[in-house]
Design a protein around this ligand. Structure first.
Ligand code: COA
Length: 224
């Protein structure tokens, strides 16, 4: 799963990467964490059919907001390739910059959507997150629950089974009312408003909003 492009880094940062905080990931080969109703875990090859069917059922709802929904998962081989890439990303601790994770219902095992961490930056120990939920299960609080738990995991110390990151970013179009609502329910800080920065098929240029939260702020609200 790919997400909307992250905020671009300036050329000098790309050409002259700094060690910065020197964050290093923990063992990522068995990512799995739970919330009240959900299991969020690394994809497995046996998930191909469920993910392929879900994306194809929900493609009209995903397409405006998730650029990958236009061209990816058009055949099961594309989904198999996506899942394989996610699995292999977790095998490369030194170069790993993103991993998509599946959201599954704890009671039924049903595939509920996707989340993950993206644009992981070792210098600032930070990442971006995002989410989508299968259309029949929207409006039931699942995205908020999954996103909250994913941020918990990203910001928890590594000795408490977290990634030990220091900061999480989320971006979305101002026109994506449901997604804006999810982020507002999380109570994190709105940090940027980029006018007409994001092209949405069927709408045109829209303002991209960005939110951020630091580990100490997050843990002050929900102690680990
Ligand atoms: C955005 C998305 C993840 C939300 O998932 P969800 O599980 O329905 O989210 P939640 O139920 O946790 O919260 C959604 C909130 O938005 C509200 N909402 C949804 N559509 C709305 C609308 N048109 N106007 C006002 N509020 C709206 C819901 O009422 C709910 O708020 P509430 O709990 O106060 O009632 C889902 O719609 C989705 O997958 N969309 C397509 C992909 C996408 O946009 N991903 C995000 C990219 S940034």
């Amino acid at each position: 799963m790919r997400y909307a492009p992250a905020m671009a880094r300036c050329d000098s940062e790309i050409k002259y990467p700094q060690e910065g905080l020197g964050w290093r990931p923990p063992d990522l080969t068995k990512i799995r964490f739970e919330s009240d109703r959900l299991i969020i875990r690394a994809y497995e090859l046996t998930d191909v059919d469920a993910v392929y069917n879900a994306v194809n059922t929900c493609r009209p709802e995903l397409r405006p907001w998730m650029p990958w929904a236009a061209a990816d998962h058009l055949e099961p081989a594309s989904t198999a390739q996506y899942i394989t890439t996610q699995i292999m990303n977790t095998r490369k601790p030194d170069t790993w910059v993103n991993v998509g994770l599946g959201i599954f219902h704890k009671d039924t095992g049903e595939f509920m959507g996707g989340t993950g961490v993206h644009d992981v930056r070792r210098d600032t120990a930070s990442c971006e997150t995002g989410y989508w939920i299968v259309t029949p299960h929207t409006g039931k609080g699942y995205a908020t629950e999954a996103c909250k738990r994913t941020i918990d995991w990203a910001l928890a110390p590594q000795d408490k089974q977290g990634l030990g990151l220091r900061r999480v970013r989320i971006f979305c179009s101002q026109h994506n009312i449901a997604s804006v609502k999810v982020i507002e329910k999380l109570g994190i800080r709105k940090e940027v408003e980029m006018k007409d920065d994001y092209w949405i098929e069927g709408i045109g240029c829209t303002t991209r909003l960005g939110w951020g939260v630091m580990a100490d702020e997050w843990h002050a609200k929900q102690p680990i």
